[in-house]
Every structure is written in C-alpha cells, then in structure tokens.
Design a protein around this ligand. Structure first.
Ligand SMILES: NC(=O)c1ccc[n+]([C@@H]2O[C@H](COP(=O)([O-])OP(=O)(O)OC[C@H]3O[C@@H](n4cnc5c(N)ncnc54)[C@H](O)[C@@H]3O)[C@@H](O)[C@H]2O)c1
Ligand SMILES: [Zn+2]
Length: 346
C-alpha cells in the first residue's frame, strides 16, 4: 500500500498531489459541499482540470457508470499522466477506482473516503469493482490507489445509520485482530449510539487508524486473497445472504428497504459466533457476548430470516465465490479461523 494518510482536515492534499499531473475529481453528489470546500479548493489551480458529480447507488454501481466516467475523462482530454481523485463512500471509491484502473489501461488515482465504512474498509486494500446483474462486485480489479486520505472532517455530515454501518466493519476488524482495541471500540460506539459521543469526535481517529492498520496489515501479507485475507469476510457469508433476500423482498414491496450492508454484517457476525460455538471452536458464551456488544453499539443482532432461506441464498452467492464456501469462525475475540464448510450442513 502506497500510503494511508490520517489527518484532521484535508490540508495536506496539495502536498500529496505534488508529484502528479492534471487532476480530475469525481465525487458523490451527496458530499458536494465537502468535495468543493475541503478537496477541490485545496488542489493547486494549475493542476485542477474538472469535477464530475456522481449520483451513486448500488443499482448504478455498474459497468455503464464506469463507461460514463471513462467517457468524461476522454472528453476532458485526460491522458496517461492524468490523476483521478475519488471523493465519497465505498460505492464512489469502488467505481471511480475501477474506471481509473482501466482508462487508457490504467491511470493513477487516490481516494478521500467520506463514510466510516469506506475509511476503514472500501478505500483500503486495493479492490475495485462493480455489480453485474444480481452479483455484487462481480467485475473489478486489484488496484492500489496512490494514497487514501482519511479525515474526520469528512464524517461530520454522515448520517447515524451510515456511521453505524461502518462501525460493524470496525468491530469486525478488531474481532479478527484485537490488539486491545475491541473493548475500546465497543465503549466508544455504545456511547455514540446513546448520543453521548459524536462521529467527528477526536476519539474516532485512533479507532479508525487502528482498524485501518488491521486491514492494511492483512492486505499487505495477502493482497490477492489466497489465504489470510479471507478473514476479512467475517460475518459476510451470512451478510451477503441476508442482503440478497432483503433486496428481493424490497423489490417485491414486502419491506421498505433492503437491510444495509453494515447491519447485515452485524447480524452475520452473531451467526458466525453461534456457528463457532456449535462446532466447538468457540467457548460457550462468546456468541452471547458478541450479540450484547453489537446491540449496545446500536446495531441489530437478530437475523430476520430462517436458516433454510439463508442457505438457498448462499447457494446463489456460491456461484460468485467458487465451488466451496469458506466460513470465517471465531475461537475468541482476536482469533478467527477459516473453515470450508458445506452449506447444507449448516
Ligand atoms: N473495495 C473494497 O474492498 C470494499 C470493501 C467494503 C465495501 N465495499 C463497497 O463499498 C460500498 C459501500 O460503501 P458505503 O457504505 O460507503 O456506501 P455509499 O458509498 O453508498 O455511501 C453510503 C451513503 O452515504 C452517503 N454519504 C457518503 N458520505 C457521506 C457524508 N460524509 N455525509 C453524508 N452522506 C454521505 C452516500 O451518498 C450514500 O447515500 C459497497 O458497494 C461495497 O461493495 C468495497
Ligand atoms: Zn463489508
């Protein structure tokens, strides 16, 4: 990884851009004020070329959107020496990172993530991607950005629900590798969920830094997900199934909106803890602890779907994952062994 810069504001941006050519900014329209005041305003005027506001959603996280970004770069005379800066949440960094990685066979890019989830997860690790039909992140590239600039300033406008989705990934990181951070994160997030601490508080920065370094360390050791990186999928095999079912239910009008990814991950981690206990990998009581912590952080812990329904959704996901499904289990907080299991034995 070239560089993850954690800073209170985006003041250091001009310095970070020093060695690069003309800069094209693509930002999520929902963070326009931040993108203009904190990012674009800090790009030296002789470097800044153009800015493209993007209306993002999982539905338009597609190859078509990648095409429209590439077309915009072409119309703006971007060439191999140009530089793309993505400002937004994980959808923005995934789509823009992908476009940069294929435009003229790859031009340099960097991220300024504006959600907690993107700061600790999507904008760290060098995976880009878009959805293909009903398959999430089915098409993408392994491409490292030149830098990821993480600033707590970006989180000031982040809605509570989105912050909590990122919180689930923070907890995931510390369940994988504790380093003394898990209880600190649960303590902060419990206070946040009770309205006693804010998303842009100084307390968030060290927690974000620690969570980023868990992911960055794993990615450095296993960039292409041959082994250890699989651990980052803790809770995700269940979460993808929950998301898949809830997306279908939302499309049929049965529920107002699909279960957000972070909430599904929270439920998925409780299910992973329960499975670990049943398999005798975790000591009795771990699942109850994980469930209580997740609830105290303001996240949902109970999966709304029966296991049979989850299993058939997992078979759909299996197509994207390959013939066998790896489950990330927990022996305790800070140790998450990976086991290949048959879905039907769940
Ligand atoms: N590449 C990876 O390794 C990786 C890892 C994890 C997740 N992801 C991807 O990330 C995506 C989810 O990321 P996300 O949760 O950041 O989603 P997102 O980009 O959709 O952002 C969530 C919502 O918050 C809004 N928003 C963003 N920043 C804001 C701010 N500062 N203030 C107010 N509103 C703001 C967005 O407009 C959006 O409505 C998924 O598509 C997932 O596949 C990728
Ligand atoms: Zn996730």
């Amino acid at each position: 990884m070239k560089g993850i810069v954690v800073s209170k504001t985006a003041d250091c941006l001009a310095e970070l851009l020093q060695e690069y050519g003309s800069v094209y900014v693509v930002y999520d329209v929902n963070v326009e004020a931040f993108a203009e005041a904190e990012v674009i305003a800090r790009i030296p005027s002789e470097k800044f070329r153009a800015a493209l506001p993007l209306k993002i959603s999982e539905e338009n996280k597609t190859l078509e959107t990648v095409g429209s970004i590439c077309r915009w770069l072409l119309q703006g005379d971007a060439d191999r020496s140009s530089f793309v800066l993505a400002v937004g949440g994980g959808i923005t960094t995934d789509v823009v990172g992908f476009a940069a990685s294929v435009y003229e066979r790859g031009i340099k890019c960097a991220y300024v993530p504006t959600t907690l989830l993107a700061q600790v997860d999507a904008a760290v690790g060098g995976k880009t991607g878009v959805n293909l039909d009903s398959y999430k992140n089915m098409v993408g590239t392994f491409t490292l950005p030149q830098f990821t600039l993480i600033t707590s300033k970006a989180l000031e406008t982040l809605p509570r629900k989105e912050f909590l989705c990122g919180a689930a990934e923070v907890l995931k990181s510390f369940i994988i590798e504790d380093g003394g951070w898990y209880e600190k994160a649960v303590d902060f997030l419990s206070r946040y969920s009770r309205g006693e601490a804010s998303a842009a508080s100084e307390e968030v920065t060290p927690i974000v830094e620690a969570a980023v370094s868990v992911k960055a360390g794993i990615v450095e050791r296993d960039f292409r997900e041959g082994g250890e990186r699989k651990k980052l999928n803790l809770g995700h095999t269940f979460a993808h199934a929950i998301e898949h079912i809830s997306q279908q239910e939302a499309a049929e009008g049965k529920i107002p909106a699909p279960v957000p990814h972070g909430e599904a991950v929270a439920m998925g981690m409780v299910l992973a803890a329960e499975l670990s206990e049943r398999l005798g990998i975790a000591e009795e009581g771990l699942a109850a602890k994980v469930r209580a912590d997740i609830l105290s952080c303001g996240l949902p812990a109970e999966c709304p779907y029966p296991v049979e329904q989850l299993k058939s959704a997992m078979h759909h996901d299996k197509k994207a994952q390959g013939s066998s499904v790896s489950f990330v289990l927990m022996s305790r907080i800070g140790d998450t062994p990976v086991r290949k299991l048959e879905i039907d034995t769940l």
